[in-house]
Design a protein around this ligand. Structure first.
Ligand code: BGP
Length: 474
């Protein structure tokens, strides 16, 4: 269906962009901050450490002013757990509380709505040593942390996100540098899905607590959702696509929204003796939790065929956020020949964005908040301080157009917060893979000036926001 008349973006649509603490802030051990698992992990070869990042900790005023110049209505950022609680539990760090007070107030000064992610890949190192999400106490650790955030920032923050990309953590956590497996683990799948269960319960309890403490706030999950296509119309491929859709996507949203385990996933876990153990209260917490919206990250779709393998050696881990692998007898990820790829090998699928959001809205009937979407590329700063990133503009034009198609299909959207507001350290590829509207003058190892430069996409996005999405022209 092609719409002859597209519906406009809602009047109060939250145009903005995203970041995460461990990738943008730097100051990784400053002002009382404790180390997170990201600060102690082995850095991927050839990439820089996380001590400075984009130095937003020291330059937030300049950064927020630039976002305001673009006309941002929202800024999605995460709070570093170890800035607030250096050891993950126990003593609160007043300097950490102060930093986010300042950041939130700076946003509000310009009418920018802060959208806060409570957990973005940065488990406190002390808690990591105690088993991270594998420890049943992790549920309480997270809820206690959430309470501190609500108490301190709930008077000003309306939008909350629980756990960034819990599904990616579950499918490829060790690659991201978090969610580790204990030594001598005999049933890897069970261990992983037990950790996942703890996160699901923690999220549910944090949502319930949010509604109790902050009746006017809105809270939602933030998984990475992308529709899975069958490689062909062969029925076995369709089954494979349903399998991966369930494992990758619906498990997380069925639980967040309806408080139930997805049946396909549950049966698969049962067959592998890997169903998670519930403790009293888990079920009720899951049933009582109701998100107000679905936050989600979208980069591209996935395509799968039936898997002929029957090897039992699967660990169910993927390479990175978007690249797949085979799970024996379940699915085999394949390239989609219809789609181009980024310089970093991720497929680009704007129409899949529309398809994904239509599917999500039909399944869950909740408004959608896009918390990530974007193009990682090698950008070049010219001698006169420009970055000509037409490729990024084209990527955004195509994706924003598809949001409008989806709105015209009847999908309800709250906003669009692509990745990323400003250049920051990539999860896997260091500083060379840039996503921002704002260029940061540094290299992988040479910190240079750390000055900010407006990319061409900066001026373009400003125009898009000013026209509330009507003018996407270059
Ligand atoms: C998402 C993460 C972000 C960010 C983004 C881009 O999965 O939530 O933290 O890193 O992907 O990924 P990358 O930096 O690997 O290109």
């Amino acid at each position: 269906m092609k719409h002859k008349r597209l519906k406009p973006f809602p009047k109060d649509f939250l145009w903005g962009a995203s970041s995460s603490a461990y990738q943008v802030e730097g100051a990784s051990l400053e002002d009382g901050k404790g180390p997170s698992c990201q600060d102690v992990k082995e850095i991927p070869e050839g990439t820089s450490d996380l001590k400075v990042c984009a130095d937003q900790y020291h330059r937030y005023k300049e950064d927020i002013a630039l976002m305001a110049e673009m006309g941002f209505k929202s800024y999605r950022f995460s709070i570093a757990w170890t800035r607030i609680l250096p050891k993950g539990t126990g003593e609160v760090n007043p300097k950490g509380i102060e930093y986010y007070n300042n950041l939130i107030n700076e946003c509000l000064k310009y009418g920018i709505e802060p959208i806060i992610t409570m957990f973005h890949f940065d488990m406190p190192a002390t808690l990591d040593e105690r088993g991270s999400w594998g420890n049943p106490d992790s549920v309480q650790w997270f809820v206690d942390f959430a309470r501190i955030l609500y108490e301190n920032y709930g008077d000003r923050v309306k939008y909350w996100l629980t756990i960034n990309e819990q599904n990616v953590l579950t499918l490829s956590g060790p690659v991201i540098g978090t969610l580790h497996l204990p030594e001598n683990c005999t049933n890897v799948l069970k261990e992983i899905y037990q950790q996942n269960h703890h996160m699901l319960v923690a999220q549910a309890k944090a949502m319930v607590l949010c509604h109790e403490m902050l009746p006017n706030a809105k809270i939602g999950p933030a998984p990475n959702i992308s529709l899975v296509y069958p490689a062909t119309c062969k029925p076995e491929d369709v089954i494979a696509a349903q399998n991966f859709n369930a494992i990758r996507n619906w498990l997380y949203l069925d639980m967040a929204v309806y408080g139930i385990y997805n049946a396909i996933v549950w049966s698969w876990l049962e067959e592998n003796d890997a169903t998670p153990t519930f403790v009293p209260g888990d079920k009720e917490a899951m049933k009582n939790a109701h998100p107000d919206f679905i936050g989600f990250n979208y980069y591209n779709t996935a395509t799968v065929a039936a898997s002929d393998l029957d090897a039992a050696e699967e660990t169910a881990l993927m390479g990175d956020q978007q690249s797949g692998r085979e799970m024996a007898g379940i699915f085999k990820q394949v390239d989609n020949p219809n789609l181009p790829k980024t310089e970093f090998g991720w497929e680009i699928d704007p129409v899949g964005f529309r398809a994904t959001t239509r599917e999500m809205y039909s399944r869950y009937h909740l408004p959608l908040l896009v918390t990530e979407n974007g193009l990682g590329a090698y950008d070049t700063l010219t001698e006169d301080g420009k970055v000509h990133d037409a490729y990024r503009i084209h990527y955004y034009q195509d994706h924003i157009r598809q949001i409008q198609e989806s709105i015209s299909d009847g999908t309800e959207f709250l906003g669009y917060n692509p990745w990323s507001a400003i250049d920051l350290i990539s999860t896997h590829e260091g500083m060379v893979k840039r996503y921002g509207f704002i260029y940061v003058d540094r290299d992988e190892f040479d910190l240079k000036t750390l000055d900010r430069f407006r990319k061409d996409s900066f001026y373009w996005y400003k125009k898009v926001i000013a026209s509330n999405g009507e003018d996407l022209s270059e």
